[in-house]
Design a protein around this ligand. Structure first.
Ligand code: ADP
Ligand code: XUL
Length: 535
């Protein structure tokens, strides 16, 4: 039955990321049939965000208005309907969300979701359901006290990592929850459900509380990644009665419900359309890039830069990096590191050194030699995650290791790109990812000058997908995978489900001479990194 139905079916993937909400529609041969997006700053200026977020005066707190994500969903659906997407043929939808962010829903929110009206905008119907209007997001780094407390109470950083896959990190949801419980007990008290961005967006579609999936749930410092259940101790050190506020975590390929009747009436979805558990953006990218082996790594360059790979045996580090439950293989894991100073930091250098133009940025970058004549820069515009550098600042060193005030504009462009990839290479090695090939994705992966530096720094070939937004594409592939498992009545290996998907194109092979330069530079980079003030 599945085979006949599959032929005519479409699968929809949404990606609720930091700066935008995107949609990708695929057919059952994995060809992209539609793409659209809502940019939060440009399309919803009434929420007053910059880069999708509000940065608070303390320099550490970063939030996004939860209602903005609600408004964005209606706008995105309107665009799909106006673009005459065949939404009536969508067999399943899934989604991706920026990781770690939390959405706080008041008692009674579930009934409001159940009763969604097709005739009214979502924003009007849902403005009262939030216990907290401003959702903490992954860029927040205000919970250092809660992190230290977690590590102390759970038996040290390594112990926290052994259980949850990561030592305590400021942006991880458990530490954000502990902070809100302590500082805003009234908010905590009136909260019935704490969702992740991913499970919240799924809830909007099902009209009910959708579960947190185990892969995105691994970014909370609360889940026992081996038992795939909330860890009692991790929950107890966070706040009281947390399990009931979180609900049970679900496998990432699970059907979490059917689309609510509102969307059938207003947007002509089939009432049978399945909603497959939404997951984090990095897990969804891993699905979209079909990463199977530890030596097939991906580098995603969105608002944040991340590097990740599938792994079999988890060996979490108490110092850096993360292990998550794998989003497409319930027996496996993924290893990842996250660098906060990604696209927005490249944009800062583009604006400072290349008149705000990527073309000029690329010309300047290409006018300088690999190794940048020994110049190395650290551009910590936001408190950094990898390596942990909470104090912001820009640090530049010349070939003799002397600290300098500025580089010439061309050297500046090369320093930011080389510095980011050297940091990734150094730290990825420490969490057991040693890439033999790299799949590049995210907004900046459309920039070939940047990809060339990536290939030379790592000394491996770099591939790109036709679709730079692998998170939304991965969500669509997961919609297909979850639907197939449901139709067959048992788990189907993801690789088998994805047979026939288009190959990735090689963008660059490394140049051996350039790569040798970077081998030597890596040691200097590591030494200089130690000299940067961390707090
Ligand atoms: P997210 O999913 O985190 O919201 P995206 O993956 O959509 O982010 O990437 C958005 C970023 O892509 C922008 O901040 C921008 O800096 C970057 N970007 C877009 N085009 C280019 C380009 N040609 N060169 C470098 N970066 C680019
Ligand atoms: C991953 C992380 C970011 C967000 C936003 O741990 O914090 O990559 O998922 O993209």
């Amino acid at each position: 039955m599945a085979d006949a139905q599959m032929k005519n079916a479409f699968f929809l993937g949404l990606d609720s990321s930091t700066q935008s909400l995107k949609a990708v529609l695929i057919d059952s041969s994995f060809r992209v049939q539609g793409e659209t997006a809502v940019n939060f700053d440009r399309d919803l200026p009434r929420f007053g965000t910059e880069g999708g977020v509000h940065r608070h005066a303390d320099g550490l707190t970063v939030t996004s208005p939860a209602l903005m994500w609600v408004a964005a969903l209606d706008l995105l659906l309107d665009r799909m309907r106006d673009g005459r997407w065949p939404l009536n043929r969508v067999a399943a939808v899934s989604g991706s969300g920026q990781q770690h962010g939390s959405v706080w829903l008041v008692r009674g929110a579930r009934q409001v979701l159940n009763r969604l009206d097709p005739g009214l905008p979502l924003e009007k119907q849902l403005e009262g359901i939030f216990a907290l209007r401003d959702s903490p997001v992954w860029m927040d780094s205000s919970t250092t006290a809660e992190c230290r407390e977690r590590e102390e109470k759970m038996g040290g950083a390594q112990r926290v990592a052994d259980i949850t896959g990561s030592r305590a990190y400021e942006r991880f949801t458990g530490n954000q929850i502990a902070k809100i419980f302590k500082r805003q007990p009234d908010v905590y008290g009136k909260t019935e459900r704490i969702a992740l961005v991913s499970s919240f967006m799924a809830s909007l579609l099902t009209g009910d509380y959708a579960p947190i999936d185990m892969s995105d749930g691994s970014g909370m410092n609360l889940l026992d990644i081996r038992r795939r259940a909330w860890d009692r101790l991790a929950m107890d050190v966070t706040s009281p009665n947390l399990a009931e506020k979180l609900g049970e975590p679900s496998p990432s390929h699970a059907v979490v419900g059917r689309i609510h009747g509102r969307y059938a009436k207003a947007y002509s979805f089939s009432p049978n359309c399945f909603v497959i558990a939404f997951s984090g953006d990095n897990p969804c990218s891993l699905a979209g890039l079909r990463l199977q082996k530890v030596n097939d790594a991906a580098i995603s360059m969105g608002t944040s830069d991340t590097m990740f790979a599938s792994i079999g045996t988890p060996r979490p580090s108490g110092e850096e990096g993360h292990i998550f439950v794998n989003p497409v293989d319930p027996e496996a894991y993924m290893a990842m590191l996250c660098i906060k100073n990604g696209s927005l930091t490249r944009e800062y250098v583009r604006d400072m050194a290349a008149s705000g133009s990527w073309d000029e940025f690329n010309r300047k970058l290409e006018s300088t030699p690999p190794g940048n004549n020994g110049n190395i820069g650290f551009y910590i515009r936001e408190p950094e995650i990898t390596p942990p550098i909470l104090k912001t600042g820009v640090y530049r060193f010349d070939g003799a290791g002397r600290s300098v005030e500025a580089f010439d504009p061309a050297a500046e462009t090369r320093a930011v790109v080389e510095g980011q990839f050297l940091a990734m290479r150094l730290h990825a090695r420490k969490i057991g990812i040693s890439a033999e090939k790299i799949l590049a994705t995210g907004g900046a992966s459309s920039n070939r000058s940047i990809l060339k530096v990536m290939a030379d720094v790592f000394g491996v070939p770099v591939y790109v997908a036709e679709q730079a937004n692998s998170a939304a594409l991965g969500a669509a592939c997961r919609a297909f995978h979850g639907w197939l498992c449901a139709m067959k009545g048992s788990f189907v290996p993801f690789a088998a489900a994805m047979e026939g998907a288009p190959e990735f194109q090689m963008a660059f092979r490394p140049e051996p001479a350039a790569h040798r330069t970077y081998d030597a530079m890596l040691e200097r980079y590591e030494e200089l990194e130690k000299r940067i003030p961390k707090k």
